[in-house]
Design a protein around this ligand. Structure first.
Ligand SMILES: [Zn+2]
Ligand SMILES: [Zn+2]
Length: 413
């Protein structure tokens, strides 16, 4: 198979962003030879000798990025001056200064969404395909190795995955945050100051005004642990940090943890109540229940807490009333009832008080624990909704009474 496609075995062949070479040639690493139709438009034909017309030779230097001195990878060309660089190289250069790194022409472009230089990309992939593949896996490895630092937007409000943020940024440091994010991966960190955990926000749309302010809409993607927070050089007071993804415990790990807690608990109980401990011992060594657990589908651990949470949400709908709940759904979307993790984040967004519990949801790496805390949040949310209803009723009643009183007294005075 690999012989037929001309691909060296063991090389990354499933890279989605590297198109298959058109003719399967591996290309000459020293220079690219273009067939006539790719380079000549016919008009120049009568000025060239027949051998020149047949093959168009591009010197190897023309295919190299002047920043990394390697073969172009994901080449982009600046619109104002027409200079070509690797996308990553240009993004890095523009982060330092928004000018073309070769000729200093102002280059205010969004590098990540800037279209690839299609002609150059085609030449690279068809006439230096083997080297281009190597560059592709090299760049991917480098991206993985580097844990990029992101700008931090400190907020008093907690954010949760799946939520949206709308920001109007006018401080110089936050304008720097946005332009840096747009020049790289469009991401920044949002977190409370002194909280160990924040969320990664992906900028979906951004609009800048003539005086340099930004209106941005961002999607909160995932939570992360943030460390190495410090002021960035030339960041005008912007603080940046390293974001590390937080991964929940796997189901079997969670099971082991629960077992440990159970045995810890029974150690405690042993002192108080010996018979209870024995009962539990019998239950846990029951082969029937063990067999059931082993045969159960993985999601079964979350099924019961999910059902409890769903019923709690129905209770919340009742407590809020039709109109209020409809507005909530309009803002936060429908509760994702089949996805335990997303459902917890939905609850955290909807019940927007009790920050201690919401922070606990962000911090824990146990989905079971998060489901339990989410239910607690819903119960408190119901109570808040009812309190709010009474307060509003009394307020409206009071205003009406005052108005009637004024009308009556005013009538007689
Ligand atoms: Zn480069
Ligand atoms: Zn230039």
């Amino acid at each position: 198979m690999s012989d037929a496609s001309g691909v060296v075995p063991g090389e990354a062949t499933n890279d989605s962003d590297v198109a298959e070479p058109v003719d399967g040639k591996t290309g000459n690493p020293a220079e690219a030879v273009l067939p006539e139709e790719a380079g000549s438009d016919g008009r120049m034909g009568d000025q060239e000798s027949p051998s020149e017309r047949k093959n168009f030779v591009i010197p190897r230097e023309e295919l190299e990025c002047s920043l990394c001195l390697k073969l172009f990878f994901d080449p982009v060309t600046t619109p104002a001056c027409g200079h070509t660089f690797c996308r990553e190289c240009l993004a890095l250069a523009l982060r330092a200064k928004p000018n073309c790194p070769l000729c200093r022409t102002p280059a205010n472009i969004d590098v990540q969404s800037h279209p690839v230089n299609a002609v150059m990309s085609h030449i690279l992939q068809t006439h230096a395909s083997e080297e281009y593949r190597k560059r592709s896996s090299e760049v991917k490895l480098e991206k993985k190795r580097r844990n990029p630092r992101h700008g931090i937007f400190f907020s008093n409000l907690l954010s949760f995955p799946g939520g949206k943020v709308h920001l109007h940024l006018f401080e110089l440091r936050f304008r720097t945050l946005v332009s840096r994010a747009l020049a790289t991966d469009r991401k920044f960190i949002i977190m409370q100051r002194d909280a160990p955990i924040g969320c990664i926000v992906n900028i979906v749309t951004s609009r800048s005004t003539a005086d340099g302010r930004f209106y941005i809409e961002g999607l909160v993607e995932s939570r992360c642990r943030v460390d190495q927070i410090r002021f960035e050089e030339g960041g005008h007071g912007l603080e940046c940090g390293e974001a590390h993804a937080i991964v929940d415990l796997k189901e079997d790990e969670e099971e082991r943890e629960a077992d440990n807690k159970l045995s810890e608990g029974s150690e405690q109980e042993k002192k108080d109540d010996k018979s209870a401990k024995e009962d539990e011992g019998v239950m846990r060594s029951n082969p029937e229940s063990k067999g059931w657990e082993q045969n159960a589908s993985p999601a079964v651990r979350y099924r019961e807490p999910m059902e409890i949470l769903k019923r709690a949400i129905e209770g919340l709908e009742e407590a809020m009333g039709d109109y209020q709940f409809k507005m909530t759904r309009r803002v936060h979307g429908d509760p994702p009832l089949n996805d335990p993790e997303q459902l917890c984040w939905w609850v955290c967004r909807v019940v927007d008080s009790h920050d201690d519990l919401r922070m606990a949801c962000l911090t824990t790496d146990s989905l079971l624990a998060r489901l339990a805390v989410s239910r607690q949040l819903i119960v408190l949310g119901c109570r808040d909704a009812r309190t709010r209803w009474w307060v509003q009723t009394f307020a409206v009643g009071g205003i009406l009474a005052a108005a009637v009183g004024y009308a009556v007294v005013g009538d007689f005075s």
